[in-house]
Design a protein around this ligand. Structure first.
Ligand code: ASP
Length: 308
């Protein structure tokens, strides 16, 4: 049976002309490493669920990406992390929002799926659950990165000067990590994790933990999104891809393109998504300048890219 995996590190890329070769190399290395975490599990015959969790954890641990360590700050100056995971075959799902202490929110999302009767938990109660389950925690220093702090100050100053949320560049606002995979048993899974948007209102919930918006997996397709979360929620973007395949019989590429280049654009939503279907086809569309992304398809071909 074929297996395949794709990952993303967010659609909020640095403009091409200001990306240094060193940073580009570090981003590529981070994407390769995360891809290998997932791929290794698929090659060893583990589940797609294990693969997407492992790949997302690697990206959460890498401060270059907006998730876990390296997450952006909200308008109060602290992180509020969000993550989701979904297991295609039985549509099991777990997600978490507004956590500030758990190191790997995607692990907590999986624990919510597997160890509670609920799908989504949030804020202090979710951090408390992580603690009870013994998931590694970290203090605010662990999540602090100077670059994200500087971005917050710039953004707060811009908003104070009357700037609007709509004008801000993709780079400042976007970023998320995610993975989708098909395993040797033919099962699909998706996972997504994010710090959300720089200077978001404290308590804001984006698309990532909303099952069907930023994250989806069933027996036909697995999808993980990145971009302007409010737009992805309003399009139920990830589920929309699945519906187009299920009810219209669209090929994966067409279903993804119609959501990313059609429905999202219609409401001004920038970003992209990664998707893999039951045959191992992969799509990595985005309508922003770039999207950090990597994949290994069913033929074993590896791809890593940032820009178009
Ligand atoms: N979708 C994320 C959010 O809105 C951010 C991003 O992917 O850029 O929280």
């Amino acid at each position: 049976m074929p297996y395949a995996i794709a990952i993303h590190g967010g659609a909020g890329t640095i403009p091409h002309n200001s990306l240094t070769p060193e940073r580009e190399a570090a981003l590529h290395a981070g994407l390769h490493a995360a891809l290998d975490e997932g791929l290794g599990r698929l090659m060893a015959g583990q589940t797609a669920l294990d693969a997407v969790e492992a790949a997302v954890m690697a990206l959460e641990d890498n401060p270059l990406f907006n998730a876990g360590r390296g997450a952006v700050f909200n308008d109060q100056g602290f992180v509020e992390l969000e993550a989701a995971i979904m297991d295609g075959p039985m549509r099991r799902a777990g997600s978490v929002t507004g956590v500030r202490r758990v190191r790997n929110p995607v692990r907590l999302a999986r624990a919510i799926m597997e160890q509670t009767p609920h799908v989504t938990l949030g804020f202090d109660a979710a951090d408390a659950l992580a603690e009870r389950l013994g998931l590694p925690a970290a203090d605010a220093d662990y999540f602090f990165t100077q670059a994200r702090w500087d971005a917050l100050q710039t953004e707060l100053a811009r908003l104070a000067a009357g700037g609007s949320d709509a004008e801000v560049s993709e780079q400042v606002k976007h970023g998320t990590v995610g993975a989708v995979a098909l395993d040797r048993q033919g099962c699909l899974a998706a996972a997504t994790s994010t710090g959300g948007r720089t200077a978001k209102m404290a308590g804001r919930i984006g698309d990532t933990p909303v099952i069907g918006a930023g994250t989806w997996a069933d027996e036909l397709v697995a999808v993980s999104c990145t971009g302007h979360g409010e737009s992805f929620i309003r399009c139920a973007a990830a589920h929309e891809v699945a519906s187009r395949i299920r009810y219209l019989g669209q090929p994966l590429i067409d279903a993804c393109d119609e959501v990313v280049h059609g429905q999202l654009i219609e409401i001004g939503g920038t970003g992209g998504l990664i998707a893999v279907d039951w045959e191992g086809n992969i799509a990595l569309p985005f309508n922003s300048e770039g999207m950090y992304r990597a994949a290994v398809n069913a033929e074993g071909e590896r791809f890593v890219g940032i820009y178009r």
